[in-house]
Design a protein. Structure first.
Length: 374
């Protein structure tokens, strides 16, 4: 079948549709920002920070420049120091480990559970040493990790829990939002996230006023008063333009997440009888927000090539576990069979709030053809 890719391609994510929905509101607010010349900080940033903290049920939200900075600042404010060990899942974006390394601490990858690909609490417990300073559960694909099982592990060794909540904005576990379980959480507002900016942006969430103050201090060159620098920090702040975009999107996030859930349910129906496709499941106690819809298939690379040829812009999150990346060659060790097996079989299908039933039917049809090819 020949496709007119420009007209009929199904994108992995459709950011233009989101932007069209908020365009008028954002442009009006940007006029206010430009006329007031409030380019750094100011009311727009404070308004978004307060609104996002309230949305999640956290006491504090400190906007920063990006998600990697958010994790680093949260870890630093949580007491992680050079040489300390930080336990994290092997299947995550490299930024999770990178934030640890930038402090001079040591990432300690562990395996994940086979059903949901979330960090395995038993593997975490087995990896604890006298040098463990933090545990970083990653709320992968729009799920919430099993944080309630990690809290006693952290308490037993004096470690802190710093959540990586970059893919879980609005997700809950037992009614409690991802990003509010640990001492702090770092999140990313990269454009493709459930709550995405129009460029790079991030935030640290916490209900500890001391952690919030430390994050703000370190993210402002170690300064709380102009030209007085009490610590060696760096420059990481939420851009005012991004705060305007994020505030407009936040007002729609719950509705957009509901659309994602509906789309995930539709995929489950469309793909229920397709052979050799392992569908994602929702863990008991979770209300997932389906940042990604990740299936597992055999001969994944061939299936992906077939989907791309059919105009379906599927992707892979993530093809290389942290411990096998070139950046960490020789720096981490261990064999993590679940993460390694998943890395060769996972496939992210198009899913976004504005996806149509017709687009999902096309994805399901193309995937069915791809997995049944001789």
């Amino acid at each position: 079948m020949n496709y007119d890719v420009e007209v009929q391609a199904v994108p992995l994510v459709d950011l233009a549709a989101q932007q069209a929905e908020i365009h008028d509101e954002v442009m009006a607010e940007l006029d206010t920002v430009l006329s007031s010349a409030s380019f750094i900080g100011g009311p727009a940033v404070a308004s978004f920070e307060a609104a996002y903290a309230a949305f999640l049920g956290a006491r504090h939200c400190a906007g920063v420049a990006n998600g990697t900075d958010a994790l680093e600042l949260a870890l630093r404010a949580g007491g992680v120091r050079p040489g300390g060990e930080v336990i994290l899942p092997a299947n995550t974006f490299i930024a999770t480990a990178e934030a640890v390394s930038r402090i001079g601490a040591v990432p300690v990858p562990v395996d994940v559970d086979p059903s949901f690909l979330l960090v395995d609490p038993d593997a975490v417990a087995a990896a604890v040493t006298s040098r463990t300073q933090a545990i970083v559960p990653v709320h992968l694909f729009g799920q919430t990790a099993f944080v309630e099982k990690l809290i006693p592990i952290a308490d037993s060794c004096g470690a802190v829990i710093i959540e990586d909540a970059a893919q879980s904005q609005g997700a809950t576990r037992f009614g409690r939002h991802a990003g509010t379980w640990g001492l702090a959480a770092g999140t990313s507002f990269y454009p493709g996230k459930n709550l995405g900016a129009a460029g790079d942006a991030g935030a640290v969430l916490t209900s500890d006023p001391g952690v919030d103050a430390q994050v703000r201090l370190l993210g402002a060159h170690g300064s709380s008063v102009k030209y007085r620098h009490d610590a060696i920090g760096f420059n990481s702040r939420l851009d005012t333009v991004q705060a305007v975009v994020l505030k407009a999107k936040l007002a729609r996030l719950q509705g957009w997440n509901m659309r994602r859930r509906a789309a995930a349910e539709r995929y489950a129906e469309l793909l229920a009888d397709v052979p050799d496709v392992e569908l994602p499941q929702e863990a008991p106690g979770n209300a997932d927000v389906w940042h990604l819809y990740v299936v597992r298939v055999r001969h994944r690379d061939a299936v992906l090539e077939s989907l791309h040829a059919a105009g379906i812009q599927a992707g892979i999150h993530y093809p290389v576990p942290v411990h096998r990346s070139g950046a960490y060659a020789g720096r981490t060790s261990g064999s993590f069979p679940v993460a390694e097996d998943a890395a060769g079989r996972i496939l992210s299908l198009p899913l976004f709030p504005h996806i149509t039933a017709e687009q999902q039917e096309r994805v399901a049809g193309a995937l069915s053809c791809a997995v049944t090819k001789p």
